[in-house]
Design a protein around this ligand. Structure first.
Ligand code: AMP
Ligand code: ZN
Length: 142
């Protein structure tokens, strides 16, 4: 718990939030600036600035709860034609609140949200390049 962290304060009941789900490991509440109505955040109860600091079991559980909430959104009366689950990990990845969290975003056709691709993005690359990159990632896996 850090006093300066808005998500820690929400979890401690010291800042207001519209809570949808809570268990021993995570809390889910409405994002204050929703992309669409129903936009939720799944947040570890214990402070972790980034994904690397989240315990493995809690990280896995964030996804379990994210799936449960995605299903709830699809079955709710909210409009939900699809769902994005995403994590911004690091400032350059778009993280603005440094208490790691999983976004659960209900999508509507034509809502205008989406990733944009950089200039020069190409849909394909050579198998040799893919294999070389795969080797670099494998080299540092535990
Ligand atoms: P990110 O940019 O991935 O770090 O996402 C942070 C999210 O937290 C943004 O979508 C904000 O709208 C949301 N947010 C910030 N402060 C609050 C708050 N007090 N209650 C609920 N959501 C918040
Ligand atoms: Zn925190």
């Amino acid at each position: 718990m850090t006093n300066r962290c808005i998500f820690c304060r929400i979890i401690a009941g010291q800042a207001e939030a519209s809570i949808v789900y809570r268990d021993e490991f995570v809390t889910a509440f409405m994002d204050i600036r929703p992309i669409n109505p129903g936009h939720l955040l799944v947040v570890p109860n214990r402070h972790a600035s980034n994904l690397g600091e989240v315990d493995d079991n809690v990280g896995g559980h964030m996804f379990v709860v994210g799936r449960k909430l995605a299903s709830a959104l699809r079955h709710s009366e909210l409009r939900c034609d699809g769902v994005n689950l995403f994590v911004a990990d690091g400032a350059v990845a778009g993280q603005t609140v440094f208490h790691s969290h999983l976004h659960v975003v209900p999508r509507r056709a034509g809502d205008g949200f989406g990733f944009h691709f950089p200039p020069g993005y190409t849909r394909g690359t050579s198998r040799a390049d893919l294999d070389a990159v795969a080797a670099k990632v494998r080299a540092v896996l535990d």
